[in-house]
Design a protein around this ligand. Structure first.
Ligand SMILES: Nc1ncnc2c1ncn2[C@@H]1O[C@H](COP(=O)(O)OP(=O)(O)OP(=O)(O)O)[C@@H](O)[C@H]1O
Ligand SMILES: [Mg+2]
Length: 401
């Protein structure tokens, strides 16, 4: 029975972990010369995790439908998606708690698909914490270190470092049932970090913390990952958490990867409506393509003719195609004078003031747009009077699906 959250020493720890290369979506192993291999034995930066067409079914439910992705060494990689899309299942496959129906998992050049969890050198923080109820906080955190048979002084030093890191040092003697949910979550994080894993797997590690602690802890996680060049896979459904600290994000929906990219790429150039809608807020306006010049398209919509850019170069729309325009609330500007391009009039039907920002409900021809305005200037606007709005062409994203 694998131990929850524990990372035990891999007996193959001194094996060279070759780098993997992918060419045209196929795995190509790169053989290393012996000098490079010697250098790599102690170099965590060379570890690469490759998930290769992994499928996992539970009865008729397809939790993972042929997922492929590669995680670079030292990367803080996020799995982001709505509830039930397969995030935890993929993390459990990576940790070794779940064997896929098909597909492979490679760490370095090793196929570890069937390697037991305790030999994987991965530290996991479970969505449900999985702390041992009969052990104190200190015993929970020290357990993995003791299993490694480290000297007592090293165990004590690492234990303290881990507890201080998550600000739980004063709770060392308590049992898990004497802690709040957020405190238990922090102990689980300390336990995973204490053993200095090669790979850290975090399943919604901050979901039970209050907003301020969550902000602090996510910066702390990023600091620890950077400092130790730890390859980390972080599961969340909170897009702000992912956007703010990820190196790259894989957006999931129903057991499939919708898009992989940096936070900026995912937010600024979503490939489809699912990604645009799930990562950040947006308004969709339907239209038909009138003409196109390279990636700039002219589209007929209920707001008038709008210019925008096609984001997915692999699926460019054609003249006559039905498309969706994605306009983020912050790219729409309210204004008093007209300009010639991408300017349309409408009415502000409702507004909500939040201090530094206001949200407006802007309506034109049955199309409702949410607009956000920093340093609000249109709060007193009368809903009877028309008002103008405009968007730069590069801020209108044209999506086919
Ligand atoms: N042991 C299991 N037996 C049957 N179905 C399962 C099992 N584990 C997961 N599933 C199903 O597989 C799908 C994916 O579940 P998973 O736990 O991976 O989702 P998730 O993305 O982590 O969701 P959440 O954000 O709610 O934690 C869901 O439909 C879930 O009901
Ligand atoms: Mg989950």
């Amino acid at each position: 029975m694998p131990l929850p959250g524990a990372t035990l020493c891999d007996s193959d720890a001194t094996r060279p972990w070759d780098l993997l290369h992918f060419r045209n979506g196929r795995l190509v192993k790169s053989p290393l010369d012996s000098r490079q291999k010697g250098k790599q034995e102690n170099d965590h930066r060379m570890v690469v995790i490759a998930i290769d067409r992994v499928t996992k079914r539970f009865g008729s439910v397809v939790a993972l439908g042929g997922v492929s992705l590669q995680i670079e060494s030292g990367e803080l990689f996020f799995l982001l998606g709505p509830s039930g899309c397969g995030k935890t299942t993929l993390l459990r496959v990576i940790a070794g708690f779940c064997v896929p129906n098909s597909g492979r998992l490679l760490v370095g050049d090793r196929d570890v698909t069937r390697l037991p969890a305790h030999r994987r050198q991965a530290g996991m923080v479970f969505q449900s914490y999985a702390l041992w109820p009969h052990m104190t906080v200190a015993e929970n955190v020290a357990f993995g270190l003791q299993q490694k048979k480290l000297p007592k002084s090293v165990v004590a030093e690492r234990l303290e470092e881990a507890l201080v890191g998550v600000r739980m040092e004063q709770y060392a003697k308590r049992k898990p049932n004497e802690l709040s949910g957020g405190q238990q979550q922090r102990v689980a994080l300390a336990r995973a970090l204490a053993i200095r894993p090669r790979c850290l797997l975090l399943d919604e590690p901050l979901s039970n913390l209050d907003a301020q602690l969550r902000n602090e802890m996510r910066l702390e996680i990023r600091r620890i990952c950077r400092e130790h060049r730890l390859t980390t896979i972080y599961v969340t459904h909170d897009q702000k958490e992912a956007l703010s600290i990820a190196d790259r994000i894989a957006v999931f929906s129903r057991g499939r990867v919708e898009q992989i990219g940096s936070p900026l790429e995912i937010y600024k150039t979503p490939k489809n409506r699912f990604v645009a809608h799930f990562v950040g807020e947006t308004n969709f306006v339907e239209g038909r393509v009138l003409s196109m010049e390279e990636k700039v398209l002219s589209v007929e919509t209920a707001l008038g003719i709008l210019l925008g850019v096609a984001v997915d170069e692999t699926a460019l729309p054609e003249v006559g195609d039905h498309v969706y325009l994605s306009l983020r609330p912050e790219v729409i500007r309210l204004r008093s004078e007209a300009i010639d391009r991408n300017c349309f009039e409408g009415h502000i039907m409702a507004m909500t003031y939040f201090g530094e920002v206001a949200h407006y409900d802007f309506v034109r021809n049955g199309v409702r747009l949410k607009i956000s305005e920093l340093n609000p200037r249109h709060l007193g606007h009368n809903s009877e009077e028309t008002i103008l709005a405009n968007v730069r062409p590069e801020d209108i994203l044209i999506l086919k699906t």
